[in-house]
Design a protein around this ligand. Structure first.
Ligand SMILES: [Zn+2]
Ligand SMILES: [Zn+2]
Length: 1010
């Protein structure tokens, strides 16, 4: 204990030592044992996709999770500490495809689904292990041997149970819809996956104006605009706005008048008059177009702010187009297959992708005289959230869960949840109000196998568990090594209604089903008894030891007291878990939630590898250390994007030095005095009592901030506290430490130990390091419990706060006078700070003045002017007279900062007040407090000023020569300093620990250790 500290901490090195110490002592296990049976704090970890190394933004989320778990642990709460890994679905598949060099579904199938599944599992295992290491390095305490994996058979079975449940409630249906489709991934994507801003890009596309010749009006044509030439061969209709006005150009082309306000038209008609006309389609010769009658339909949503005001409709290639096809009984032509290539009955276009077909379509239009104009356009366009390929629309069959009946219960559930920051609650409500039905099917491979077995007889068989699958299987069980494709596909079951053999649909499930169910699958909902290793099943076997607990355990831990993830999870995990929990148990799955914005670089730009401003988590941990990173994550309000970078880290390190130096100061004097904490000491002085109260305020405020999941409050309270501790208590008490005042040491020790404990959840490494040095070498701060705020003397705190304000103003006045801080002055007059009067000695010492007087400051000239925006309206035409009276000084100053002038009473906010010092005085004032410093120097003051300069010089020499604080010296001064020796020898000797002081012919002061 009380080992001297170096000038500054080496954060990364110190952290590795602490990690090793925790490992050796089993600190985390001790903590869990200590809290077993305590009150519970249920945190449910939102699973991290085990797919790549964890990034800085993961570090952000993981820090917040760890901070509050550590805080609750220090308060004695029993916790689960189960980490989660998300393991299947498009995330993993696309990365594995990349690593194998595969780029289409055909290539995956050629590679083999069993092999592909194996590669996916290997990738998850590898990155789960890496993310575990990274999280440990960050300081995160979790039960790493028992993480849950969403691709376990157990998790899959729980989702099956959920799907069976929603089927029984009549919410499950197969929908034939136009949906956003990724041609590379070969699957539809749902709204909640695609909703983020990052899922759009500025892309350049063709911009074509195309003629549709009208059959009933020879020589006339509709002109439409499109940016997707590949949809033209599937055109079946043209839509006009019924109430809008359309005009015919001299050449026969019809367009909306609003779009071309400056043009002359030879004929004008309302949109409704065009409805019902038929036209010749641009590609009627294609086999796909046989029998299609192209007609003009009415549509109120036709936009008059782009294009021509006439919209080309291809129901097989657009969502709104598809809706219109139902309303108007239009044929639906689907031009592309699942890889985005034109299908066989599209003649010369067949086999081309949506991009490849742009040129031939444009050329064909040109040849046929149908092209009015062609160019390009740059616009905001959706791209695949996973692989960034531009999306298209396709009409396909997907499986949906209807959201209608659950919408209100989910809103009601959200009303009971406490959100931090609170405004995000409304965002969740907005999402729930607008959510469409949940598209749960993906036409992919390595994911949750949807347990749907539709039968020709019309029955939809939904399997709810593995036991049910086994009971109803008609073969294939022997090869079922886990509930994934391809193995599950080989199991056929018997139809419940007609007993025919049926097979599973090929689709897998939306990955948000995997993460949404974990409140049930990891906690043992409806499980009769604990199954050891019961979550280490299927693909998760061998990766974890996680048990499947029994239902009683679920009762104990559901719902979670707290969850925390990024804001985008409102439409993802917060949504899916809430959907599933409300469906299964009519309750929300969490009581409180902390959500936060994304991480940007330190200049506020997104981090991108290609921009060279991205920082990898490991690099950050190595260069700045985990504590500095955690401090940065905790300091910034979660409602704003987080700025992250080495410049900010350096600033944090500089600020943390104040704490480091304060502890170092304690250690230095504790060593000199052989200080033993807690041994009886003398009566605390008022400043000691103030420090105790101030520490109480820190504990109180930081605790309140932790309780409301508000880390910026914790960091701010701590920052202010350390400033008060260092720049007030230690500053003013230096002499007591030099004089071996054990009471001061005890007061400093008491407060620092509490402060270190309070900040330990935020900076576990530094806190542990300091704690072990000043409290106990062999017991962790995390096992020491949470500090209780002692009695807080409010009046004393107010006195000191006011005293510090006076000192602050005094410093400003001294600065203005340009006199050196070391130069003693005669007198300070203080007005308007009555609470500071009892602490005149401290003010005198801090400002180096001999007397402090409390009373009216007469050393100032007062200048008062009207505050025009306020007084103008109030005084009207009397303003001029009042202004003149103020300028002439014809006013009376009132209590509380107001003035009486010409019979008006003016409040402090109605005037602008300026005080300046009279000759020989320096004045500063702020918010009702004014100080005036007498700057006149007499011979005595000048002599003392020289003494202070000399003391400063000698002490600097001591430091430069590397003397210990307790070393004694002999001092020799030039003859010119003889007057100082004559009058102030004892003072100088005491301040520099000199045993002798003499003058000689030396040119400058000299010291020698004795
Ligand atoms: Zn994709
Ligand atoms: Zn059947």
């Amino acid at each position: 204990m009380f080992t001297p500290l170096p000038d500054k901490p080496d954060h990364p090195a110190l952290e590795l030592e602490i990690l090793e110490l925790w490992e050796r002592e089993g600190t985390f296990e001790q903590l869990r044992a200590l809290n077993r049976g305590g009150p519970t704090f249920g945190f449910m970890d939102g699973p991290i996709t085990a797919n790549n190394p964890a990034a800085v933004h993961h570090g952000h989320g993981r820090t917040l999770k760890d901070v509050f778990q550590r805080y609750k642990a220090m308060r004695g709460f029993e916790q689960r500490y189960q980490n989660g890994f998300d393991c299947q679905g498009l995330h993993v598949e696309v990365e594995v495809e990349k690593s194998l060099g595969l780029n289409s579904k055909r290539e995956i199938e050629a590679y083999g689904l069993a092999e592909f599944a194996q590669r996916c599992k290997e990738r998850v295992a590898r990155f789960a292990a890496l993310q575990t290491q990274q999280s440990q390095r960050l300081g995160m305490w979790m039960d790493w041997d028992n993480s849950y994996y969403t691709f376990s058979d157990t998790n899959i079975e729980y989702i099956w149970g959920f799907l069976k449940h929603v089927h029984e409630r009549g919410w499950l249906y197969k929908g034939h819809r136009s949906t956003q489709w990724c041609p590379r991934c070969g699957t539809s994507l749902s709204k909640h996956e695609q909703a983020g801003e990052e899922n759009y890009a500025e892309l350049e596309h063709p911009s074509l104006f195309v003629r549709f010749p009208l059959l009933e009006r020879e020589g006339e044509a509709l002109v439409v605009w499109t940016t997707t030439p590949w949809t033209l061969p599937a055109n079946v209709a043209a839509a006009v706005k019924p109430g809008a006005e359309y005009g015919r150009r001299e050449n026969g082309d019809w367009v909306a008048v609003d779009r071309y306000p400056d043009e002359q038209f030879v004929e004008r008609l309302r949109g409704e008059d065009l409805v019902g006309l038929t036209y010749r389609g641009p590609f009627d010769d294609l086999a796909a177009q046989v029998g299609v009658v192209h007609r003009v339909i009415a549509w109120n949503e036709v936009a008059l702010d782009e294009g021509t005001g006439i919209v080309h409709i291809a129901p097989g290639a657009g969502a709104e187009d598809f809706e219109l096809s139902r309303e108007h009984a239009l044929p639906v032509l689907t031009p592309i297959d699942e890889s985005g290539q034109m299908v066989a009955d599209y003649g010369e276009f067949a086999g081309l992708s949506t991009t490849e077909v742009e040129r031939p379509v444009t050329d064909a239009l040109q040849e046929r005289g149908l092209l009015v104009e062609s160019g390009t356009i740059v616009h905001r366009y959706p791209i695949c959230w996973r692989c960034k390929t531009p999306l298209v629309f396709r009409v396909v069959d997907d499986w949906f869960i209807s959201a209608e009946e659950i919408r209100q219960p989910m809103l009601d559930a959200n009303a009971t949840v406490q959100w931090t920051p609170p405004q995000y609650k409304k965002r969740m409500d907005d999402w729930l109000r607008n959510m469409g039905d949940w598209n749960i099917s993906r036409k992919r491979y390595f994911g949750l196998p949807l347990p749907f077995y539709p039968c020709e007889c019309g029955e939809l068989n939904v399997i709810g568990s593995r036991a049910e699958l086994e009971a109803r299987a008609a073969g294939g069980l022997e090869q079922l090594q886990e509930l994934h494709r391809p193995w599950i596909d080989a199991v056929r079951i018997r139809c419940e209604r007609c007993d025919q053999e049926v097979e599973r649909i090929p689709e897998i499930g939306d990955a948000w089903l995997d993460a949404g169910i974990v409140h049930f699958s990891t906690l043992g909902w409806r499980n009769p008894q604990l199954v050891p290793g019961g979550n280490a099943t299927g693909a998760a076997a061998g990766l974890t030891g996680a048990d499947l607990p029994d239902h009683e355990y679920w009762e104990k831990w559901f719902p979670a007291d707290w969850v925390s993830e990024m804001r985008e999870q409102i439409r993802l995990w917060f949504y899916s878990q809430s959907f599933m929990a409300v469906a299964l148990d009519a309750r929300p799955s969490y009581r409180q939630v902390l959500t936060y914005e994304k991480v940007l670089d330190e200049t506020g730009r997104e981090m991108h590898k290609s921009w060279g401003n991205a920082i990898e988590l490991n690099e950050g941990l190595e260069r700045m250390g985990a504590d500095v990173m955690r401090w940065m994550f905790c300091e910034q309000p979660p409602s704003q994007p987080l700025r992250f970078g080495y410049g900010i880290a350096d600033d944090v390190k500089r600020r943390l030095l104040t704490l480091w130096n304060s502890v170092s100061f304690l250690v230095t004097y504790a060593r000199i005095e052989n200080f033993e904490p807690g041994v009886a000491t003398g009566e605390p002085r008022p400043l000691d009592r103030w420090l105790a109260s101030r520490t109480g305020v820190l504990v109180r405020d930081a605790t309140a901030a932790y309780e409301s999941f508000w880390t910026p409050g914790v960091v701010a309270a701590f920052d202010q506290y350390v400033d008060d501790l260092s720049n007030w208590y230690i500053r003013l008490s230096r002499r007591r430490f030099w004089e071996s005042d054990a009471t001061a040491l005890q007061a400093l020790w008491d407060s620092l130990t509490q402060a270190v404990a309070v900040i330990a959840p935020v900076m576990p490494f530094l806190a542990e390091h300091l704690w072990r040095n000043i409290v106990s070498e062999d017991e962790s701060v995390f096992l020491a419990g949470w500090p209780e705020p002692g009695e807080i003397e409010v009046a004393l705190l107010a006195e000191v706060a006011e005293t510090r304000r006076v000192v602050e103003l005094g410093r400003r006045a001294r600065d203005a006078s340009r006199l050196k801080l070391r130069q003693p002055l005669r007198r300070l007059v203080v007005q308007g700070a009555p609470l500071a009067a009892s602490r005149a000695d401290e003010i005198a010492e801090e400002l180096r003045v001999k007397e402090v007087e409390f009373g009216p400051v007469e050393a100032t000239e007062l200048h008062v002017k009207p505050h025009l925006p306020v007084l103008g309206p109030k005084l009207g035409k009397e303003l001029g007279a009042v202004r003149a009276a103020l300028t002439a000084g014809e006013f009376e100053e009132l209590e509380g900062g107001g003035f009486r002038v010409l019979g008006h009473e003016l409040g402090p906010d109605e005037v602008l007040v300026e005080r300046s010092g009279k000759e020989g005085w320096a004045v500063a004032s702020d918010e009702g407090v004014t100080v005036a410093l007498d700057t006149t120097l007499d011979a005595e003051l000048q002599l003392e000023g020289r003494v202070y300069d000399l003391i400063h010089t000698l002490n600097s020499m001591r430091r430069d020569q590397g003397l210990e604080l307790t070393d004694r010296i002999a001092v020799t001064l030039p003859q010119a300093d003889a007057d100082l020796v004559a009058q102030h020898a004892e003072w100088i000797k005491a301040e520099v620990l000199a045993v002798s002081l003499q003058t000689d012919g030396v040119p400058a002061p000299q010291i020698a250790k004795v």
